[in-house]
Structures are given as C-alpha cells and as structure tokens.
Design a protein around this ligand. Sequence first.
Ligand code: FES
Length: 105
Amino acid sequence: MPNTSIYPVCDIQDIPEGKMKSFNVSGKDLLLCNVGNTFYCVDNMCTHEDAPLYLGCLKGEEIQCSLHGGRFNVVTGKATVEPAEISLKTYKTIIDKKQLFVDVG
Ligand code: FES
C-alpha cells in the first residue's frame, strides 16, 4: 500500500544551497531549507508568536526569526536562542530523480 503522507514539493534546483522556501503541503505551512545541499523541512510558523520563518535568515543550520530574533536549528527543530523556547516540528525529506518530497505523516 503506498505511503499517502509523502507529497512532492518542488525540484531540488528551486532551493539553492543556503536558501529556504515556504510551501503549503497538504494543508501544512512548511519551510524547506537547503543546508550544504541537504534538505531539511520544518514548520514555517515561529513557535514564539505568529511570524513566518521564511521572512527570517538562514545561516548554516540555524534560522533566525525576523520578528524577535529567536533561533532554531533546522536539522533538529530545537529552539536555540530565546525568546524561542518551543522546538519546531521537523519533517522527513526525500529526493527522487531531483524531485523533493516531504513526509508530513
Ligand atoms: S515571533 Fe519568532 S521569535 Fe518572536
């Protein structure tokens, strides 16, 4: 039986190294990040207040929220700098024939 929680998102070339992009996947607001050509997926909304993280800044494995400067590690989802305290949910990414998929299950 096919895994129905895996959805195609984009071509891997749509997110260059060091960049990030937000996508609505199966009703979820997600952020895809390219860190050293490995792709990570986290929730796009900051856990501190309602600010979309795609407006922030990705430096290495860390994303900084544009509203209050809270930071998260996009590999683990862990909040690393206050006022962010609650971790982001992470999602598994899959690459198949240069297409990027996310498992939202
Ligand atoms: S809304 Fe992101 S740190 Fe406050």
